[in-house]
Design a protein around this ligand. Structure first.
Ligand SMILES: Cc1cc2nc3c(=O)[nH]c(=O)nc-3n(C[C@H](O)[C@H](O)[C@H](O)COP(=O)(O)OP(=O)(O)OC[C@H]3O[C@@H](n4cnc5c(N)ncnc54)[C@H](O)[C@@H]3O)c2cc1C
Length: 463
């Protein structure tokens, strides 16, 4: 195997937010840095290019963020979603460090915008990237290359060679050719394993092959698996993931945010057999949307169908695909591959169970059905006004939770303590903080904070 022609102080695996934050920080500290990105240039940036915002602590108005969002409230929000499965020390460290991230990001090319309609509730907690994650990633690549960071595309790291408590080199395939990359320090920022459908199927059973992957096809967990096989300490449960219900017409990979469907609370959702299977009005959508990925995953063929009428069509953010539309419920059923008579029966049964009351689309209105085995507890209005609309739902996996255990210096640990010249940042170590659940915008916060720590520590190691 040939050696990479140049030598670098630090080799960084991955080309998303965490990798770039590490690369920029290390280069500014004087280290020479090589980024190894598995994707070709047009697909660089991993899941980070699909993001919209990051969650940021602030003690007063900060850039586009209004009011304040202090440590205790942030930590409380985190505890609610993780149900206490949080490493408090690491979580508080990330929360506190997030405040300094925003000006750092601005200084390195990221531009922010106030939250727009549909996301106004996040205007205090989450700072939105102008141009989305793609603009953020492009800004960071520009900054990094201006600092002399070298980027190798189509460079998939296949093996991280460990000898005792050190990493000696990486075995990489660059544009199909095997190459050895030597460096003094290494940062792993290669995301989760959700794009490896075989691994998903081993963890969740064969039905996982029908899941759609919302982000990059390059996060296959090759480096994660390799490190776990070499005794790196792991965190997180392989069967845990963040999954949401997305439009069934989304591509297998990389559909991104625009394929998410927000119509569920104003609809009834039936399975392949035309039967409802869960309370669609359980809570406000931002609190429930993440459970529908798993609910749909548990249905036959891992598919669901959300049915609404013309009264509801303008009540939610539209997805990129237009809904299926018909003048009758039977016509809609035929277009969606459902049995018309069964769907008619389900809709009639639901309509008969709806009660009079006042409908409030933006709050829990208590408008509930009466007498159904599976009630709808809010926003239950008859589906009776043509035209009727339907969306097919499928589980869309955002990311997996199994990862490498790190300490507050981002060091990866083996059974005998930290590996001397190895750090990890981003999704690959996020399970060190989050045991379950997810707080919107926290993925990018973890990656930014730990990317910067990893870059600083690795640069200090080689100095
Ligand atoms: C549709 C969608 C929307 C999201 N929205 C948000 C949001 O608004 N806010 C938020 O905080 N989080 C959001 N997330 C989660 C967020 O994307 C992640 O938490 C974050 O991007 C993780 O950053 P990362 O750098 O760890 O991984 P990534 O950005 O995924 O980067 C991993 C990189 O590693 C590369 N790679 C993988 N394997 C190898 C290998 N063997 N060799 C070399 N390179 C390799 C990949 O090509 C990729 O460049 C969203 C995710 C998705 C899918």
């Amino acid at each position: 195997m040939k050696d990479w022609p140049e030598t670098f102080d630090i080799a960084i695996v991955g080309g998303g937010n965490a990798a770039l934050c590490a690369a920029i920080t290390a280069a500014e500290a004087g280290a020479t840095v090589l980024i190894l990105e598995a994707a070709p240039l047009p697909y660089r940036g991993g899941n980070s290019r699909h993001t919209r915002n990051f969650r940021c602590m602030h003690r007063g108005p900060l850039s586009v963020l209004i009011d304040s969002y202090e440590e205790e409230e942030y930590f409380h929000d985190l505890m609610l979603v993780t149900k206490g499965k949080t490493d408090e020390g690491l979580a508080r460290m990330v929360i506190r460090a997030s405040e300094a991230c925003l000006p750092w990001m601005e200084a390195h090319g990221v531009r922010f915008q106030p939250s727009l309609s549909g996301t106004l509730s996040l205007g205090r907690t989450n700072a939105f990237f102008l141009g989305g994650g793609k603009a953020l990633v492009n800004a960071y690549f520009n900054t990094a290359t201006d600092l002399g960071v070298k980027v190798a595309y189509e460079a998939e790291v296949r093996h991280v060679h460990r000898e005792a408590d050190r990493i000696t080199h990486l075995e990489v395939t660059v544009a199909g050719q095997p190459v050895t990359v030597r460096a003094k320090a290494f940062v792993l920022a290669s995301g989760g394993f959700q794009a490896d459908l075989d691994w998903l199927a081993r963890a969740w059973g064969p039905s996982a092959r029908n899941f759609l992957i919302r982000g990059t096809p390059y996060n296959r967990g090759v480096v994660l698996r390799d490190m776990l096989d070499q005794g790196a300490e792991s965190v997180g449960d392989p069967t845990q993931c963040h999954a949401v219900a997305i439009d069934g017409r989304a591509p297998k990979f990389d559909g991104g945010i625009v394929t998410r469907l927000d119509c569920v609370p104003f609809s009834i959702v039936v399975n392949r057999d035309g039967e409802r299977f869960h309370d669609e009005g359980e809570d406000v959508w931002p609190k429930r949307y993440a459970i529908w990925g798993r609910l749909v995953a548990a249905q036959p063929d891992q598919v669901g169908f959300s049915i609404i009428d013309s009264k509801a069509i303008d009540l939610f953010m539209p997805s990129v695909f237009p809904p299926i539309k018909a003048d009758t419920i039977e016509g809609l059923a035929s277009l969606m591959g459902l049995d018309p008579a069964t769907l008619r029966r389900t809709v009639d049964g639901f309509n008969a169970a709806c009660q009079p009351g006042t409908f409030h689309p933006t709050e829990l209105d208590g408008l509930r059905t009466k007498g159904l085995n599976i009630p709808k507890t809010n926003w239950a209005r008859p589906i009776d006004t043509a035209p009727f609309y339907g969306y097919q739902l499928r589980p869309g996996v955002t990311f997996t939770y199994l990862g490498l255990k790190v300490d507050d210096r981002a060091r990866v640990h083996g059974t005998d303590g930290p590996i001397q010249n190895l750090w990890a940042a981003g999704e690959i170590m996020a399970g060190s903080i989050l045991g379950q659940g997810y707080l919107a915008g926290f993925g990018m916060t973890i990656g930014t904070v730990f990317g910067r720590i990893a870059g600083k520590e690795a640069a200090a190691h080689v100095a």
